[in-house]
Design a protein around this ligand. Structure first.
Ligand SMILES: [Zn+2]
Length: 240
């Protein structure tokens, strides 16, 4: 396998406490049988609801909410237009998908980390209400220019509590952002986990962010394609 060139020096600490009961439940790519999706673009840490989530590095933090109806992409038949997307369902109910309550921390040099599906959020982190459309709760406040972060966000230190593990943003049944904001529970089908994303700048002048696999940053492909049970140990040695 080709060894990726690390885009930047290691800078992350584990986003969950060492003594918490957690494991990696999903890697950079989804398991083939799950959701028929390939790109996950994140690492999932399964842990109990309420497990403390910590900032992986110093930075500026904001919070928002994301949820949308999950639709089939539609299959491409030769030469003709794509089929109209249909909403996926479980037990006859539409499925919602998204990061839910999500914290984003902007770090130095254009890098940032995201922490999704949180059950709660440190109250000192500014929450920006998302734009709510008919079927889509869009976290447009996350697209604030980097230079504005020190003004709108709160300073956060590596290891500081940013929230707790949950499973917001995913589930089935009819619900709205207002349901969540009012604390109303709804049916879920996903276990509690932290959806952890690492992003960086593609190039100094590019505005487009690119996600990075933490293992790609700190190791070779072989190191994350093996037995997932060994990953937490690997994280401990690579991230410190
Ligand atoms: Zn995930």
């Amino acid at each position: 396998m080709v060894e990726r060139t690390p885009p930047f020096e290691p800078f992350l600490e584990p986003p969950l406490p060492d003594d918490a009961d957690w494991r990696i439940s999903q890697g950079w790519y989804y398991e083939p049988e799950l959701f028929d999706l390939r790109d996950h673009g994140a690492i999932d840490f399964a842990a109990g609801r309420g497990t403390e989530v910590r900032a992986a590095a110093d930075g500026y933090a904001v919070a928002t909410y994301e949820e949308y109806l999950w639709k089939d992409e539609g299959s491409e038949s030769s030469g003709s237009a794509k089929e109209t997307p249909t909403v996926k369902q479980i037990d006859g109910e539409p499925i919602y998908f998204g990061a839910g309550l999500v914290v984003q921390i902007w770090h130095e040099r254009g890098r940032y980390t995201q922490y999704g599906h949180l059950h709660s959020c440190n109250e000192k982190i500014p929450f920006f209400a998302p734009r709510v459309d008919e079927e889509f709760v869009h976290p447009d406040k996350l697209r604030v220019p980097v230079t504005e972060y020190p003004r709108i966000a709160c300073r956060i230190r590596a290891g500081e509590r940013i929230g707790t593990v949950g499973m917001t943003g995913m589930g089935k049944g009819r619900r709205t952002y207002e349901d969540w904001a009012a604390g109303r529970e709804y049916t879920q089908y996903e276990p509690n986990h932290l959806h952890f994303v690492v992003c960086g700048r593609r190039a100094p002048r590019s505005r487009k962010a690119e996600t990075y696999d933490p293992f790609g940053i700190y190791g070779t492909a072989e190191q994350y394609s093996g037995d997932t049970k060994t990953w937490p140990k690997l994280l401990g040695t690579l991230w410190k």
